[in-house]
Design a protein around this ligand. Sequence first.
Ligand code: XMP
Length: 510
Amino acid sequence: KIIILDFGSQTTQLIARRIREQKVYSEIHPFSISLDKIKELKPSGIVLSGGPCSVYDADAPHSDPGIFELDIPVLGICYGAQLMLQQMGGKVEKAEKREFGKAELTIHYTAGLFAGLETDKPIHQVWMSHGDRVEEIPEGFAVTATSVNSPNAALRHKTKPFVAVQFHPEVAHTVIGNDVLRNFIFGICNCSPEWTMHSFIEQNVRAIKKKVGSDKVICALSGGVDSSVVAAIIHRAIGDQLTCIYVNNGLMRTGESESIMRFFKEKTKLKLIDINATDFFLGELDGVEDPEVKRKRIGLGFIKIFEEEAGKIGGVKYLAQGTLYPDVIESVSFRGEAPIKSHHNVGGLPEVMQLDLIEPLRELFKDEVRELGLELGLPEEAIYRQPFPGPGLGIRIMGEVTAERLNILRQSDVIVLEEMRRAGWYRKVWQSFAVLLPIQTVGVMGDGRTYEHVIAIRSVDSRDAMTADWSKLPYEILGEISSRIINEVRGVNRVVYDISSKPPATIEWE
Ligand code: XMP
């Protein structure tokens, strides 16, 4: 495996993904990881990520320079490169000119990182983003590539397996990025491409069996891809020792979960308890308008029902959860963010019920979970389903949630999804949905005045939901959605499109 030490770059996760795409396992650790821990991990290579600081700042994050004595290959990227060179005796200073964006790289050395690439012409487009540069090269190092503003754009140690690049090989704009990473992991670290979803399943099935023994496990099935994949892999490991509980909170989309439930009931032998708690949840939400109160009530209601059902099963020791890798990565301190909304999945349950957790997806990114789902035989339609929040339509109805308002939103939402699918856009965007606003506006229908609800359409592009941009949907799709909603959904006379990005807006409206 390759480990990545994180110095706070926006693209640290991308490094891990790019390496995994080469079928080599990689994981991210904080820059402050101890030497002993690194030795314990036995990595075949170490990558030092980029980061927002300057290596010469008093409080700049430094990893233990002892990593250069471990006989393990090291690749430094941007900040990581500067840190490596500084720790080995070089000098880094503020550059006269910041270099940001695309640059042309000239390679002078075609072994090591640049094996197989063309030399001596400024032809390789790379992505740069730095305000400092290496002014003095430490002893033992030689320059392997240059750009106009970076005479030391890439370096190698002449006798040891240490390489450094000022540019970012992990971003798509660096055309030779994959070549560089491949040369590092296969050429310099001697890894072999063995990390596949097939091997992942085998390993995990074994590990789950061992951990669980003859105990019982429960899992909250939501209809989304993560919990479906969790259920499928655990079921493969321990069969009927797993019970899945599906709680219908009455805030689901039309047909959203039914199709997955049908799949699990018809196509698998999964033990599944299906609870309809619509009335309970609508009761809990009666008269509630505040978004945080809504979220809390829905979350607590879920815990209550889940706990009751689990109590009936008896003797449960584990709770299975679909935690993904981005939630696990220990973020380095200068990136600590306060929670903006209290997200609900099954948070709170393990403490309340004193259950241990099983989180088979902890090491995976979303796209890897999808791959895993396919390998486990889940239907494509389930795997490529857009994310849907735990509190469901409850946080897409501004103001009070009532059966009548849910009905209006559901009908509008079906139309959004139908039209997105029909136009071939459903999978192109991260999420697309309708939101019911708490206001009414004036319209004219036939000869009469109307005074009815407004539906907002939200569609966003995103990689991981941390940031998002509004989708540039063709006007034709928006037009079709609008006229269908206004014509087909009683009580709506106006449709608007949300053109805010995240940040500063969020994806959901509440
Ligand atoms: P926001 O609105 O915070 O949403 O930009 C980011 C992503 O998270 C989803 N979301 C949730 N998912 N429980 C969930 O499981 C929640 O409470 C929750 N709230 C938001 C949202 O749909 C988007 O994909």
